[in-house]
Design a protein around this ligand. Structure first.
Ligand code: 13P
Length: 246
């Protein structure tokens, strides 16, 4: 399986940020892992132009369930593909919190992504209250409802992002990451069968150059979904290098 370093720029970045992507391509011309940046929708086509012919892939941060229609402000998976995206982040905890996205909606979006030929990067993860209550694995198990049962290894990536680790500088212990990722692989196998063995399971939440190496050594961690540290070519490039060496 080819590991994946994915960057989520969230609601950050303007045309000036494309220079960071250019610097990343220059620093990592042929990494041993896949390298993906998901900029805001306004930059997808421009980043795809910058990335053309390089190892850098481009993704979206959300898509609608429909291909076209009267949905002001939304964009479809087909539109992302047309703009040069090859994947799309779905069900990020910020969208679940800001827009009330449910597992059922994320499931429908994952089907729309597949129809457009995009890899669905489905995000799951517990809140701090759920972690403290000892219900993390129950929450993860329930969120598997976001994943279509007939998903393929090539068409699906799952990102485990504990909500309390996002943008906080706090990360779970290595043992906690290992516990969730092993559980995730087992539950995914129950849900989609043998294809689960080839699905990339990413860890996300305060991944930085300084902690990437030890996180990438954890069994069933097949890459990272990186927020803040993906905005700077030097930081994201160092994370790509750590994953390539793992
Ligand atoms: P940070 O890396 O900034 O903690 O964000 C993680 C994240 O939410 C990626 O989707």
């Amino acid at each position: 399986m080819r590991k994946l370093a994915a960057g989520n720029w969230k609601m950050n970045g303007t045309g000036a940020s494309l220079s960071e992507a250019q610097a990343l391509i220059a620093a990592q011309p042929s990494p041993a892992c896949e390298m993906l940046l998901c900029p805001p929708a306004t930059l997808v086509a421009r980043l795809a132009d910058v990335a053309r012919g390089s190892a850098l892939m481009v993704g979206g941060q959300d898509c609608h369930t429909n291909d076209t229609g009267a949905h002001t402000g939304d964009i479809s998976a087909a539109m992302l593909a047309d703009a040069g995206a090859t994947s799309v982040i779905l069900g990020h905890s910020e969208r679940r919190a800001d827009h009330g996205e449910t597992d059922a909606l994320v499931h429908a979006k994952a089907l729309a992504a597949r129809k457009a030929g995009l890899v669905a990067i489905v995000c799951i993860g517990e809140t701090l209250a759920e972690r403290d209550a000892g219900t993390t694995l129950d929450v993860i198990a329930a969120q598997m409802a976001s994943v279509p049962e007939d998903s393929t290894a090539a068409g699906l990536v799952i990102a485990y992002e504990p909500v309390w680790a996002i943008g906080t500088g706090r990360t779970p212990t290595i043992d906690q990451i290992a516990e969730v990722h092993a559980f995730l692989r087992a539950r995914l196998t129950e849900r989609i069968g043998a294809a689960a063995a080839g699905v990339r399971l990413l860890y996300g939440g305060s991944v930085k150059p300084s902690n990437a190496g030890e996180i990438f050594a954890v069994p069933h961690v097949d890459g990272a979904l990186v927020g803040g540290a993906s905005l700077k070519a030097a930081d994201f490039g160092a994370i790509v290098a750590a994953l390539s060496a793992s």
